[in-house]
Design a binder for this molecule. Sequence first.
Ligand SMILES: Nc1ncnc2c1ncn2[C@@H]1O[C@H](COP(=O)(O)OP(=O)(O)O)[C@@H](O)[C@H]1O
Ligand SMILES: [Mg+2]
Ligand SMILES: [Zn+2]
Length: 317
Amino acid sequence: MSNSCESKGSCPSSKGGSCGTPDAAIAMQNMVIKSSLDKIKNKILVMSGKGGVGKSTVSVNLALGLANKGYKVGLIDVDLHGPDICRMLDLRQNLAEVGTNNGLIPPMQYGDNLKVISLEYMMENRDDPIIWRGPLKIQAIRQFIADIEWGELDYLVFDAPPGTGDEPLTVANTIKDAQALVVTTPQEVALADVRKSINFCKHVKMKVLGLVENMSGFVCPHCEGEVEIFKTGGGEKTARDFAIRFLGRIPMDPKVVMAGDDGKPYLSSAADSPATKAFDNIINQVFEAMPVASMPMPEAAACNLDLASQCGCGCSK
Ligand SMILES: Nc1ncnc2c1ncn2[C@@H]1O[C@H](COP(=O)(O)OP(=O)(O)O)[C@@H](O)[C@H]1O
Ligand SMILES: [Mg+2]
Ligand SMILES: [Zn+2]
């Protein structure tokens, strides 16, 4: 980066963006990030201590479930080394073919209400590995907020990689009102890692929206008997221990795997199964915890929000 300014960090021209110092560029980017985030009502970071517990599955189905209800939703894949969102939604667009709009990048669009960003959208060859250290990853995530044409959103969901590294840390540091949705599986080894995630949130002062126990039991498609493959109930107990909201259990369902692999998200099918009911319940709980004032459903808009009610909108139905 060129450096034509003598006064560096305190450069008076930094507001106009004409100063080449790194400090001025960061200050400028902070302003753009703030103005972008001001238009987004709720931010959710989906995280976990372990890989393979279902973060991406929960992120995709949560974002899609909220979009299906009529909310404006964004989904950012911040699992930079192992991005899965494009495959799970079968999004094949490439930025090189789309181009920018007044310097802003239009996100990929899934249906009417869901906007999606992943590094894969910007890559020439999606099978190339991302070999980046911290500063590059931090910058990429900041640009995912600053340089993308998000517009007004009700919810922005971040799909994080496992653990408590640069990616969740950048989201927590950049978005002060983001809340963490922690995903776990029920067995003790996973729960030990979840406690780390919850303590990470305490450390960075990020509110925990709640805990989801995924792969919680398996309903046999032949006899409908339930098999507790990884045990069940550990997530609920952990949530109780930490006094955080338990958002629900999602059973194992082979259709969830097929949906993820085929790029046809589970909630876009008409399937009526214990897993779809579980996702629906979680989406309703997230809405209760993070309501959006202007609800798109007319009958709900007419009555007051009462978080304790069965209906979720406060009416007596
Ligand atoms: N409830 C579930 N039932 C069956 N398979 C699931 C379930 N949740 C996730 N999976 C599958 O487990 C694998 C890992 O899930 P994924 O969402 O990619 O985890 P993570 O993002 O935490 O690494 C995927 O193949 C996914 O389809
Ligand atoms: Mg993932
Ligand atoms: Zn059976």
